[in-house]
Design a protein around this ligand. Structure first.
Ligand code: PLP
Length: 436
C-alpha cells in the first residue's frame, strides 16, 4: 500500500498525463495488470473497461494469441530499420490492409501513431498537388478543408484541421496553419436525409476548391472533437463533390476503423472510397503504437513523379516488426468475424438502456452507433468526481467536456456489459439528482 502511495506521489509530481496540469493534476489510479475486459488496480479493485484504452483494445487485454504473436516476433527481432531493409510482418500486414480495403487503395505507408498518419496523409496530398498543379507562388492551393468538431491528432499539421475551438488554436496563434472549416454535418445518423444538409459544404467547396489541397474528415463518427454521429449521405455527397472539383478526399478512420461502428470501416456506411485512408488505434488491438496510410495508385504515382521523386517521410520506427506482427494477428482475429455479432450485441444493449436518460434535464442527447454509446450532458463534467463514482462501482469510464461515453472491448460479455451500462446510468442519475 505504501508502495502505491509513493508511486502515485511521484507520478503526481513528475509524470505528465494527457491534457493535464503538473500543478493541479487530476488523480490517477495505479494499474497493475489487465486481462480481457478487466483492469486490475494495484490497490486490489478490478474495473470493467468501458474505454478500450481510447478505441484501441478491441480484443481485450492480454489476449493469448496477440501475446503469442508478440513473443514469437520478439525472439526474432523487435525492430529493424525500414530504410533499405524489409520484413515479412510488414509485407503481410500491408497485404492484409490492402485486401480488406477498397481495391483502389494500392499503396500503404506504415507510420507510428495516429497523428503521424494524419501528417503523412496531408503531406501526401500536398506532394500530389505539387506535381499536379505546381504549388508555386501563383498556385492558390494552400489549404485543407474540413468540418468543425473534427479531431485528427495533436501535432501541428493535424491540429490545423481539428476543431479550432476544441483544440485551442488561439493558444498557438500565428503558428497553426489556417484552413477552411465548414459547419458540421447537422443530419444525424438514422434521421431522414434532406439535401439542405449538404448545402454549406457544397457552397464552400464550390467557392474554395481552387485553394484546397484536400478535404479531410472522420467518416460517420466525429470522435474526440465531440462524439457526433452523422448521416452517411453527407459523406457520400462529400465524395461526389470532391470528385467533381478534383479535390482529394482523406478519410481519418483512426478511431472508427476495424469494426467499431458496426462496419469494418465507417466509410462502408456510405459505400465510398477515399483517395487516402488513415488507420491506427485498434490496428494492433491496443498493444503497440502503429498506424497506416493507404492511398490510390494515382496519388502515389503523382507523389513519386514530382520534384522530390519520392515521398518525403520516414520515421525511425517505421514498420516496426513487433507492432506489425501483433497488428497482423489482430487483423486475423477480426477476419474470423465474431466482432460483428459482438458489436451488434453491444449496440442493442446501448439502445435498450441509454435513450431513457434523455428524460433527464441534465442530458442533452444520447447517441449510439455500433459499440459506441454517448451521453451528452448540458454541463461540463467534473472528471474527478465521475471517475471516483465509476471506480466505486467497478467500472472504468472516463468522461471529457460534456460527454460521458462508452466504447468497450468487443469481447465484453452480457453481464459485464450490463454492469458497465448500469453504472453509467446510475452515475448520471445521481449527478442529475445532485445538480437539481
Ligand atoms: C486518436 C485519433 C488521432 C490521433 O492518433 P494518436 O495515435 O493519438 O496520435 C487522429 N485521428 C482520430 C480520428 C483519432 O481518433
Amino acid at each position: 500500500m505504501q508502495k502505491v502511495e509513493s508511486l502515485l506521489k511521484y507520478d503526481r509530481e513528475h509524470v505528465w498525463h494527457p491534457y493535464t496540469s503538473t500543478i493541479n493534476p487530476l488523480p490517477c489510479y495505479l494499474v497493475d495488470s489487465a486481462h480481457g475486459v478487466k483492469i486490475n488496480l494495484a490497490t486490489g479493485e478490478t474495473l470493467i473497461d468501458g474505454m478500450s484504452s481510447w478505441w484501441a483494445a478491441i480484443h481485450g487485454y492480454n489476449h493469448p494469441e496477440l501475446n503469442e504473436a508478440a513473443v514469437c516476433q520478439l525472439q526474432k527481432m523487435s525492430h529493424i530499420m525500414f530504410g533499405g531493409l524489409t520484413h515479412q510482418p510488414a509485407i503481410e500486414l500491408v497485404k492484409t490492409l490492402i485486401d480488406m480495403t477498397p481495391p483502389e487503395l494500392e499503396h500503404c505507408f506504415l507510420a507510428d501513431s495516429g497523428s503521424v498518419a494524419v501528417e503523412v496523409s496531408m503531406k501526401m496530398a500536398f506532394q500530389y498537388c505539387d506535381t499536379r498543379f505546381g504549388l508555386d507562388e501563383a498556385c492558390q492551393k494552400k489549404k485543407f478543408m474540413t468540418v468543425n468538431y473534427g479531431y485528427h491528432g495533436d501535432t501541428f499539421g493535424a491540429m490545423s484541421v481539428c476543431d479550432p475551438v476544441n483544440s485551442m488554436h488561439s493558444l498557438y496563434s500565428g503558428y497553426v496553419r489556417e484552413n477552411i472549416f465548414v459547419k458540421p454535418p447537422k443530419c444525424r445518423f438514422g434521421d431522414a436525409w434532406d439535401e439542405k444538409y449538404i448545402a454549406s459544404f457544397a457552397k464552400a467547396i464550390e467557392k474554395h476548391h481552387h485553394e484546397v489541397i484536400a478535404v479531410i474528415i472522420e467518416p460517420i463518427v466525429q470522435g474526440a472533437g465531440g462524439m457526433r454521429i452523422y448521416h452517411p449521405e453527407y459523406l457520400k455527397q462529400i465524395r461526389q463533390l470532391c470528385t467533381k472539383y478534383e479535390v482529394l478526399l482523406i478519410l481519418d478512420e483512426i478511431a472508427t476503423g476495424f469494426g467499431r461502428t458496426g462496419k469494418l470501416f465507417a466509410y462502408e456506411h456510405a459505400d465510398i472510397t477515399p483517395d487516402i485512408l488513415c488507420v491506427g488505434k485498434a490496428l494492433t488491438g491496443g498493444y503497440l503504437t502503429l498506424s497506416a496510410v493507404l492511398c490510390t495508385k494515382e496519388v502515389a504515382g503523382l507523389v513519386c513523379s514530382g520534384r522530390a521523386k519520392g515521398f518525403m517521410h520516414g520515421p525511425t520506427f517505421m514498420g516496426n516488426p513487433l507492432a506489425c506482427s501483433i497488428a497482423l494477428k489482430s487483423l486475423e482475429l477480426i477476419k474470423r468475424g465474431s466482432w460483428k455479432t459482438q458489436v451488434q450485441a453491444i449496440e442493442s444493449s446501448f439502445k435498450s438502456a441509454l435513450p431513457a436518460l434523455r428524460d433527464l434535464d441534465i442530458v442533452r442527447d444520447v447517441r449510439i452507433i455500433g459499440a459506441i454509446g454517448v451521453i451528452e450532458l448540458t454541463v461540463m463534467v467534473d472528471a474527478k468526481w465521475f471517475q471516483e463514482q465509476f471506480v466505486q462501482r467497478g467500472v472504468w469510464v472516463r468522461p471529457f467536456g460534456k460527454l460521458v461515453y462508452m466504447m468497450p472491448p468487443f469481447i465484453i460479455n452480457d453481464s459485464e456489459l450490463g454492469k458497465l451500462i448500469k453504472s453509467v446510468v446510475d452515475v448520471i442519475r445521481l449527478f442529475a439528482s445532485i445538480k437539481t
